[in-house]
Design a protein around this ligand. Structure first.
Ligand SMILES: [Cu+2]
Length: 433
C-alpha cells in the first residue's frame, strides 16, 4: 500500500480547491512554452523549443559559461561528431559526490571548506586521468543548506594557477559571486559568506576565471549546491541523497589513449567531447532502490546541449533553474543547455532496466549551429537498474497530483532579482554570466 503523502498542513487545506496540473511548462506567468508539440521521440508533453530570439540567447549564454567569445560568421562547421557507443559492456556504478559536512559556527553559520587541488582520477581504462577537484581529485562535494541559513565557504587554492568559485543560480551579494574580479591566487584563501534568501533549488559551483573557465571546469572543478526550504521538506518528493534523490552531473570529454583528457573538437560554443561522463564515470549504472527516483540533472558541459529521455518510463519535471515548479509536469524529454539544471522524477518497476539517453533535438537554430552544440548526437547517459524488490516509500507518480498542492506556489518564485526565459526547458533562471 502506498504511504500517505506528507502534505504541509497549510497546503493540504488548499489541495481540494486546486485545478489539476496540465502538461505545459510555465516560464513564469504569461509565458506558456510550446510543451505539447510532438517530437519523434516524444509523442506528447515534451519541452520542445521554437525558433525564437530567446532560444538563440539561451544557447549563446550557454557558450559564455566557458568564457568563450565566438563569432558565428567566422566559424567553419565541423563534421558530425559521433559519441562513443557505450554498449552493454561493463558499467561503472554511478559515483555519488559526498555531502559536505559543514562546521556549525557559534552563531549557527554553516561553514564549508573547499580546497581546489590537482590529482589523478580513475575514469578511463587507458590509465589515470590528471584532473582537478575540490577536496579530491575530480569534481567536488555536494554542499547543502536551507533557506534562511547563513553559509560561509572558505576556498583554498592549491592549484598552480589562479581560480575563482562562482555559485551558479545563487542569489548573493556581488562581492561573493566569485567572478573573474574575485581571483584566488595559488596558495591563497578566499571566503564567501551570505544568507540563503531563495527557495529550494539545485544550484552548482564552478570556477569563473577570465579566459580559463572552460579549461578549469573541464579538468573537473564543479560541484552541486543544493538548497532546501520549509516546503521542500514537506513536498513528499524523494529526499534521501544518493538513494532516491540522485545527483546526475553530465559532462562530455575526449580522452587520449593514456586516459588523459584531450581537447579534440572545438566548435563555436566551446569544446565538444566524444564521450559522456556522469559524476566522473564513463558508462555509469545506478541501482534504483525505490519506485520513485529524483534525478537532479546538471549539464556541466562547455558546449553540448542534451535532450534527455528515458524510454518506457514515466517521467515528471518537478524543478528547473530557480527551484521547484508550482506543479509537477508529465514530460517525455527535457533539454538542458550548458549550466542548466532540471529535477525529474522517474518511476521504475522492480527489476526493470531503463536508459537515460540524450537524443537528437532541435535548438531552433541553423543546423550547423545546432551541430556545434552536439544536438545531432544520440547516446546513452546513465543506466537505471531497478532492484528486484523496492524498499522505502512506495510513492508513485500517480499520487503526485496530490503532492503538487504541497509544492511552493508560483508567487514564491517571483524573487526580486532579474530572470530570463529559456524556451528550451521552459525554465526561469536568474541572470548569470
Ligand atoms: Cu555558471
Amino acid at each position: 500500500m502506498a504511504h500517505t503523502a506528507r502534505l504541509h498542513p497549510r497546503r493540504a487545506r488548499q489541495a481540494a480547491h486546486r485545478p489539476r496540473a496540465d502538461a505545459r511548462l510555465f516560464a513564469g506567468e504569461g509565458h506558456p512554452v510550446n510543451a505539447n508539440e510532438p517530437t519523434p521521440e516524444a509523442p506528447h508533453g515534451a519541452a520542445r523549443p521554437g525558433i525564437t530570439r530567446r532560444g538563440v540567447i539561451a544557447v549563446a549564454a550557454g557558450g559564455l559559461i566557458a568564457g568563450t567569445v565566438v563569432t558565428l560568421s567566422g566559424w567553419t562547421p565541423q563534421p558530425k561528431l559521433i559519441l562513443a557507443p557505450s554498449g552493454a559492456g561493463n558499467r561503472t556504478p554511478l559515483p555519488i559526490p559526498p555531502l559536505a559536512e559543514p562546521e556549525i559556527a557559534h552563531d549557527g553559520t554553516r561553514v564549508f571548506s573547499l580546497t581546489a587541488q590537482a590529482g589523478e582520477s580513475r575514469i578511463h581504462p587507458g590509465g589515470p586521468t590528471p584532473s582537478w577537484g575540490y577536496n579530491g581529485a575530480f569534481a567536488g562535494p555536494t554542499l547543502r543548506a536551507a533557506e534562511g541559513d547563513r553559509v560561509r565557504i572558505v576556498v583554498r587554492n592549491e592549484l598552480p594557477e589562479t581560480t575563482t568559485v562562482h555559485w551558479h543560480g545563487m542569489k548573493l551579494p556581488a562581492q561573493y559571486d566569485g567572478g573573474a574580479h574575485q581571483p584566488i591566487a595559488p596558495g591563497e584563501e578566499w571566503m564567501a559568506e551570505w544568507e540563503i534568501e531563495q527557495p529550494a533549488a539545485s544550484c552548482w559551483y564552478h570556477p569563473h576565471t577570465h579566459g580559463t573557465t572552460e579549461a578549469q571546469v573541464g579538468r573537473g572543478l564543479m560541484g552541486l549546491f543544493l538548497l532546501d526550504d520549509e516546503l521542500s521538506a514537506w513536498s513528499g518528493l524523494p529526499i534521501d541523497y544518493g538513494i532516491d534523490d540522485v545527483p546526475v552531473i553530465v559532462t562530455d570529454r575526449s580522452f587520449n589513449a593514456d586516459g588523459s583528457f584531450a581537447a579534440r573538437e572545438r566548435t563555436a560554443f566551446g569544446l565538444l567531447g566524444d564521450s559522456v561522463i556522469v559524476n566522473g564515470a564513463l558508462s555509469p549504472t545506478f541501482e534504483v532502490a525505490r519506485a520513485l527516483t529524483r534525478l537532479r540533472l546538471l549539464n556541466g558541459s562547455s558546449a553540448r546541449t542534451y535532450h534527455f529521455v528515458v524510454q518506457g518510463v514515466p517521467m515528471m519535471l518537478v524543478g528547473t533553474e530557480t527551484g521547484l515548479l508550482p506543479d509537477p509536469i508529465p514530460i517525455n524529454s527535457v533539454t538542458l543547455t550548458p549550466g542548466e539544471r532540471a529535477e525529474v522524477l522517474v518511476e521504475l518497476e522492480p527489476g526493470q532496466t531503463a536508459m537515460l539517453q540524450s537524443v537528437p533535438h532541435s535548438l531552433g537554430l541553423l543546423q550547423s549551429t545546432s551541430r556545434a552544440a552536439g544536438a545531432d548526437d544520440r547516446f546513452d547517459v546513465l543506466e537505471l537498474r531497478a532492484a528486484a524488490a523496492f524498499d522505502g516509500p512506495e510513492l508513485a507518480i500517480a499520487e503526485l497530483d496530490m503532492l503538487a498542492a504541497a509544492l511552493p506556489p508560483r508567487s514564491r518564485h517571483q524573487t526580486s532579482f532579474g530572470r530570463w526565459c529559456s524556451p528550451t526547458t521552459g525554465s526561469t533562471a536568474p541572470r548569470w554570466t
